[in-house]
Design a protein around this ligand. Structure first.
Ligand code: B1M
Length: 213
């Protein structure tokens, strides 16, 4: 158990080198990848909560997220072998928009729920979202917009998904500084979230089918 609590501590501290080493040690000590992931996800759940409540801030969360990824890299091959997927999320910043700090935070905390996340990056056109839905068949499409001028691309993407007959196959989660619940309702997105912590909470609930919309 000692190595697992050392892993939790180094992850909480955002110490990437130590977190990576602890993940390697945990595997070497014979811990199942599920035990290791459970410890990591518990830390991330707490981080998400603290971030939502303004007890942790952007730089700390980015550093912890990086540490999470180093440990994830260690256990990823084993997770993939066992392939017990906890949902698939496609995420991107909409067309014309290059802001990705918030989107990356959302991605990290969603990854922390155990879902697989495919990141399409920034400046993602409606066509690219549609193609990604066709190719990967995700449970959730997550769109981020930071400019009032690019928010409309959320609507455009939903229209294109509708046209392609794919709209009902995915849940749509949207967010970003200018985006509101009112806007989400207007464009008929399924879910809106104001911050990365609540976005991760929503994903956890959607995947576990605890909420519809
Ligand atoms: Co720009 N920018 N920027 N910018 N920039 C803003 C957004 C702006 C508010 C600044 C201002 O004028 N006060 C303003 C937008 C005004 C508006 O339209 N309402 C603005 C502008 C105008 C521009 C340019 C047009 C400037 C210019 O060139 N004249 C230009 C546009 C470029 C483009 O995208 N085409 C531009 C460029 C840039 C930089 C490249 C310099 C840089 C981006 C770097 C990067 O992202 N890699 C940048 C930055 C850094 C900002 C500010 C300063 C910070 C944004 C940020 O990262 N915040 C921003 C001003 C501000 O917000 N104070 C500003 C931290 C981040 C953690 O928060 O992204 O809001 P945020 O994410 C939050 C929530 O919104 C939410 O969760 C996150 C964490 O809790 N969230 C989601 C985000 N996505 C979500 C998705 C979800 C759920 C929740 O579900 C899927």
């Amino acid at each position: 158990m000692e190595v697992l609590s050392a892993l939790a501590t180094s992850l909480r501290q955002g110490n990437s080198g130590e977190t990576r080493r602890n993940a390697v040690k945990a595997l070497a000590a014979g811990h199942d990848y599920k035990e290791i992931l459970e410890v990591m996800l518990k830390v991330m759940e707490d981080v998400g909560k603290k971030f939502k409540e303004n007890e942790l801030f952007v730089p700390e969360v980015l550093v912890i997220g990086r540490s999470f990824n180093t440990a994830l890299d260690v256990i990823a091959p084993i997770i993939e072998e066992n392939d017990e997927s906890k949902g698939l999320v496609i995420i991107g910043t909409v067309q014309g928009d290059l802001h990705d700090i918030g989107k990356n935070l959302v991605k990290m905390l969603i990854t922390g729920t155990g879902a697989k996340v495919i990141d399409l990056g920034v400046d993602v056109s409606p066509k690219m979202f549609v193609e990604a839905v066709e190719k990967y068949k995700p449970d959730i499409v997550a769109m981020s917009a930071l400019l009032t001028t690019t928010m409309v691309q959320i609507n455009q993407t939903i229209k294109e998904l509708n046209k392609a007959g794919l709209r009902d196959q995915v849940k749509i989660l949207i967010g970003g500084a200018p985006v509101t619940k009112h806007y989400a309702d207007n464009v008929e997105a399924d879910f809106y979230s104001a911050d990365a912590g609540s976005a991760a909470d929503l994903v956890r609930q959607i995947i576990n089918k605890k909420i519809q919309n």
